[in-house]
Each structure stands twice: as C-alpha cells, then as structure tokens.
Design a binder for this molecule. Structure first.
Ligand code: PLP
Length: 371
C-alpha cells in the first residue's frame, strides 16, 4: 500500500526523533504545552446543562466569536473559530496559498509552517531572525520578500516558538506595509502573546487591519487539549478559509467551544495566573542556570521557551548531542536545528515543566556543558 504521493512532501517531525524513545525517568523539557491544571471555569463549562450536544455554525459559536472579537478589539464578523490555531493556519493556507507560490516563514520557526506550505503545494522560504535575540528583523524579512516575487504569504510569530523572541511595533508596521504593497497575505501567529514577562509583544492588529491574526486557548489559557483556536481578520480573508475548515472538520467540538468561552470571559484572572506560573518557572530555571552553569540569562520576550546555546562541540551534530542528553543525562531538549538551520547552535528548553523538574534537569545537563 502506498499513501498518496503528496505525503512524500512531508518530512517526519524532527521533534518525534527525540521524544519517541524517551527513556523512563527522563525529564521532559521538550514539551510545548502548559503543565498546570485546566482552569476550573472551563472544566465546569464542559459539563454544561443537560440537553443535546448539537452542531454549531461552521464559523463557530456566536458567543465565543463575540468574546474573541472583544479580546482582539475586532468585530464579530472578523472571527472564525477553528480547531486549534493549527486549524486556522491549515485552512488559511489551503484557501489562499496558490500551488507553485512561496511562503515566507521564520527560521528558526514552528515546525508545522513548512509542512503547511508544502501541503498547499507551495515552497517554504525561510527568513532569519535577528542575530542577538532572535527577534523580528524587518530589514531581513523585507529583503527576502523582495527576492521572492512568487511569495503568496508571509508568516510571523511573535513571540516565537522556539526562541521566545518578539519584535517591536515599528518592525511589525514595516512588514505589514511591505506585504500590503505586494498583495501578499500576512498571517500573524500570536498564540504565545499573553505569556510574557512584563511587556506584551505588539499584535498585527496594532498596526493594520489587513492580514490575519491566529491564536488559541492552547498556551495562555492553558487548554491545548480543547483544540479551540481562531483567525481574526477581514471577513473576505476568512470566508474561503471557513469553507476549507468546514469540509475538513465541520466545526470545533461544541463543548470545547463552551469551555473556551468560559476561559476567555475570565481572561484577566486566567492569563495573570498563567503568567505567574510561567514567571515562577522562569525564576527557577534562571537560578538553576546561574548556580549550575554560571550562565546569566535574560527572560524571553514571551512563551515558555528558553533557547539555550549549545556547546560549540555540539554544533556539527546537534541531534546526536540531544540524543545523548536524552539517553545518558535523561533530559529531553529539542535541538534548535529541528526548527530550521538558524537554530543549529541552540536547543529549545521548555520551562512549562515544574520548578523541581527544571532544577533537576539543569543539574543533570550541567556536566555536558562544562566538559
Ligand atoms: C507557534 C505555534 N503556532 C501554532 C501552534 C498550534 O497550536 P494550537 O493548534 O494548539 O493552537 C503551536 C503549537 O505548539 C505553536 O507553537
């Protein structure tokens, strides 16, 4: 049996190469998800009053769309509810990325972006982030855009998975203007925006009402398993994406939308608690890195990722180095190379783990950095 030929375009996830085969007792610092409990309001909402568990309109539950719209300062017609922000990205790519065109994406960047572009028949084109802290570098992105006349879409991710780097308002504005001038769809993946350390990254909506913002309850609201996300933008961008999403999955699970509504209605407390949880974990990690490795590290602009510089000797084969960490030190880190060539010298350490796991994890890693 041979799967459809389009599958040959998809490479196996490099993250799986590390996480599959994790030995017992290993500390999972490769996780890309919150480890704290689902907020109580969402748990209760999942078991709402007795009655049918019916389909809701393909575009999403009206009350949920209203609250997402209010959260983003948008009109309800500018909101499409999707199955995670991944559902939004998939649908937007299928709807707007013409086969044979190119999609610009950050390098290092979220592993799904190249696969989403390829599934739409397009070619991923990487743009580098700033050399210092992996932030959005507008000059570099616009340089790549100018060199890519076949570009149909550009994707931004502030703050970034895997680097935690953000970007400033002026850079965002320049990129938005460049995309508008060239008629290229700009998608801003803002799924980590509310997990910050004092200063929230700007949103695309702060600089333009063109382009589309994607986000979800998976990170800030601590509910990745609900699979509720959204796209916010001009209804003309959303309508074709809604058709794709409708045929792919009909709609997002109705109880999950009830729970997402409860989460967003309680955003102020829930997001503040999530930031406190992430802040406490960051403090534990920073202290462990200082005590065990003598490293002084600044917090990322957002996310729960520390993009940790690898020892120079690991740069030729970062995967082999991270496999050794996994199998000998029993700590799982994701090699930065999994996110693109720009990540070769780093590994992604997720500090969504508990403070105890972080302390013990760094203690186990230390000999590999010292020797
Ligand atoms: C940058 C980024 N975007 C999008 C997603 C997709 O998340 P979800 O579909 O749960 O919203 C992830 C998940 O890890 C991510 O890291």
């Amino acid at each position: 049996m041979n799967p459809a030929s389009r599958l040959s375009l998809l490479k196996p996830s490099p993250i799986r190469a590390i996480t599959d085969g994790t030995p017992p007792g290993a500390i999972p610092l490769g996780l890309g998800e919150p480890t704290w409990d689902l907020p109580e309001v969402a748990r209760k909402a999942l078991l709402r009053e007795p009655g049918p568990c019916a389909y809701v309109p393909h575009v999403g539950l009206l009350d949920l769309r209203r609250s997402v719209a209010a959260f983003h300062g948008a009109h309800v017609d500018e909101v499409l509810i999707t199955t995670g922000s991944q559902g939004a990205l998939f649908s937007l790519f299928q709807a707007w990325v013409e086969p044979g065109t190119k999609v610009l994406m950050p390098d290092p960047g979220f592993v799904a972006y190249p696969a989403l572009a390829r599934m739409a028949g397009a070619e991923p084109v990487p743009y580098r982030l700033s050399a210092d802290r992996f932030r959005l570098d507008a000059d570099e992105l616009i340089r790549v855009l100018d060199a890519t006349p076949e570009a149909s879409a550009v994707i931004l991710n502030l703050p970034s998975n895997p680097t935690g780097g953000g970007g400033d308002l002026a850079a965002l504005k320049r990129v938005a203007e460049a995309c508008t001038a060239r008629g290229v769809l700009l998608i801003s993946d803002e799924v980590y925006r509310d997990l910050h350390f004092g200063t929230r990254c700007p949103s695309l909506r702060d600089v333009t009402d063109r382009g589309v913002v994607t986000s979800s309850v998976s990170k800030g609201w601590g509910a990745p398993g609900l699979r509720v996300g959204w796209a916010v933008g001009d209804p003309a961008w959303l309508a074709p994406a809604r058709v794709v999403h409708g045929y792919a999955v009909t709609g997002t699970a109705t109880p999950a939308q009830w729970a997402a509504l409860a989460l967003i209605e309680h955003s102020e407390t829930i997001l503040a608690e999530a930031r406190a949880a992430v802040g406490e974990r960051w403090e534990a990690l920073a202290a462990a890195l200082r005590d065990e490795l003598g490293q002084a590290v600044a917090p990322p602009d957002g996310t729960f990722y520390h993009f940790m510089a690898l020892p120079a000797s690991a740069h030729t084969d970062p995967l082999a180095f991270c496999l050794r960490l996994r199998d000998e030190a029993k700590v799982v880190l994701i090699p930065g190379l999994a996110f693109g060539e720009g990540g070769r010298g780093h590994a992604r350490l997720s500090f969504a783990a508990t403070p105890e796991q972080l302390r013990e994890g760094v203690r186990r890693l230390a000999p590999y950095w010292k020797n």
